[in-house]
Every structure is written in C-alpha cells, then in structure tokens.
Design a protein around this ligand. Sequence first.
Ligand code: SF4
Ligand code: SF4
Length: 209
Amino acid sequence: MLGTGILKGLYITAKNLVGSYYSSERLTTIQYPEQRAQLPENYRNFPFLVYDGEDAIDGLRCTACKMCEKECPPQCIYIIPERDEKGKLQKKPKVFDIDISVCMGCGICAEVCPFESIKMDHHFEVAQRNRFAGLLLHREQLAKSNKYYHSIRPKEATAVDESLAEEKRKAEEKAKAAAAAKEAAAKAAAAKAADAAKAKTDDLEEKKN
Ligand code: SF4
Ligand code: SF4
C-alpha cells in the first residue's frame, strides 16, 4: 500500500522518542561534552607515534624508513632522519611532522608501517585558532606511549605486542645460531691451523733424522 514505508518510519521515530524518556537504550544522543560516548576500538582520527619505555623520543619505534611518507595520499607527512656526528643515517626521525589540516584520517600510514610505529588515534578534540601552525603536529606531540595505545585499542595493541615479542625471539635465535656457527667455524679453522703446524713440525723432525 502506498505510504506504508512512511508510516512505519514515523512509528519507529515516535516509539524511540517516547521510549527515550523511559529507557536510556533508546536515547541516541548524549549531553556532550559532559557525557562521552565509548568509542569503538576501530574508530580512527589522526595518526600518532608509539614509543616504548619511558623516553618519548628515544623510545619511538619509528625507524624513519619513510614508507608512510611515501604512501600518504595527500602527502601530509614530513620526515627527516637523524644523522650521527659523522653524517651517517640513524634509524630514527629527527623531524616527524604531520599536517592534520590536510590529513584525511585514511589510516594508510598505519597499514603500511612495517615497524608498528604509527597508529590511528581516538583523540578528536583538536580544534585550534591557528589553523596552520596549530594543526602541524611535531614528533614531540605525536609521540604517545604503548600504554596509551593499549588504552584506546587494547585488542590491536596486545596482538602487536605479541607479534613484536615473537619477532624479537626469532631475531635472538637467529643471532644465537649465527654466533654458534661463527664460533664453530673459528674452532675448526684453529684446529686446521694446529694440524698444519703439527704436520710441518713432524716433517722437519723427519728431515733432521
Ligand atoms: S591517515 Fe592517511 S592522510 Fe593522514 S597521515 Fe596517514 S596516510 Fe596520510
Ligand atoms: S612511522 Fe613507520 S612507516 Fe613511517 S617512517 Fe616511521 S617506521 Fe617508517
């Protein structure tokens, strides 16, 4: 029948309107900012950089590989890697800026990062009077602890911790195996040299006799 859909819609609206006075489940709005809705874990806003340990800069997981900078569609990430006193590149960023007035919150940077360093934040109250400098976030503002990461994305952060621990375990095992192989090779070389020296001495002794 013509108009049934409209009537159904009006019925649902009226039911929720009246019901909202009796059941908070039917309330679709809250008194923000006094009240705050629980954001779903996968909600994403702007990116931040995860650090481990106590020092926000030394503990950054970022290796300044620039993968995120390259893949960011609107090109709003800017990275300069750190260098040592001899000018050798270091695996950490000296400058890491994100212009969040340009960032579209796509999350591609977080997806492509091979070091679990850049993640998407839940923080959305970022309005500033100065739309240029105020929205250009630097390394110091972007750095947030792994504890914070766990507080907003507990499942994801736990999975990341497990995967990083597994990677570390494998790397340690590999290093241990390589060290053992190196030691065995050194021992074999030393034994060979000793055998050669002994053979030479025996030879000389034989000639003397
Ligand atoms: S969320 Fe998207 S737009 Fe924003 S910095 Fe990451 S890749 Fe760039
Ligand atoms: S955040 Fe990740 S992808 Fe971006 S430079 Fe750092 S390590 Fe590379």
